[in-house]
Design a protein around this ligand. Structure first.
Ligand code: INI
Length: 153
């Protein structure tokens, strides 16, 4: 990881966009609260969760980003489709994180229904967009501290 990188990438799925727009807003609010300038943030919208890992990898390969936040909403339907989507996106994000050596945060909701999703974008179960952004910032700090030898010092 390059210590001088200060950009954050956000990749967000448009599928279930009422929910993912909320995830995005929460992530942006959290980053702003932490003092991140909007000019440091790149937001890329993609069709759905399946497209998120490849897009995150392309951002990572530019070597401009200290971390990438992946946001999406996979809501269970009448078929098994969500299982295949969830599997691809979760393993894909992990693969990009480990191959590209930077935090790739899994801010993908995987819910049984729409109500559970709403509960997680500012309802009774918190805000997973805000949480994903906070996790990205924490991981960037942790990895920087390990790299420069200041962890636990
Ligand atoms: N994509 C999502 O982000 N959420 C979903 O709930 C979803 N479901 O259930 O179908 C979904 N499907 C689309 C998928 O991500 C791809 O865009 C599509 O398969 C084309 O590759």
């Amino acid at each position: 990881m390059n210590l001088h990188l200060n950009k954050i990438g956000i990749v967000v799925g448009r599928f279930n966009s009422e929910i993912t727009d909320r995830l995005l807003q929460g992530a942006l609010d959290e980053l702003k609260l932490a003092g991140i300038d909007i000019k440091q943030i790149t937001v890329v919208k993609v069709p759905g969760a399946v497209e998120i890992p490849l897009t995150a990898k392309f951002l990572a390969k530019t070597k401009q980003y200290a971390g990438i936040i992946c946001l999406g909403a996979v809501i269970q339907g009448d078929t098994d489709h969500h299982i295949y989507v969830n599997e691809q996106v979760s393993l894909g994000c992990q693969q990009v994180m480990l191959e590209c050596d930077l935090p790739v945060i899994f801010g993908i909701l995987t819910t049984h229904n729409e109500e559970q999703a709403w509960q997680r974008v500012g309802g009774s179960h918190g805000h997973k967009g805000r949480d994903a952004a906070a996790t990205a910032l924490e991981m960037i700090e942790i990895l920087r501290a390990i790299e420069n030898g200041t962890i636990n010092s």
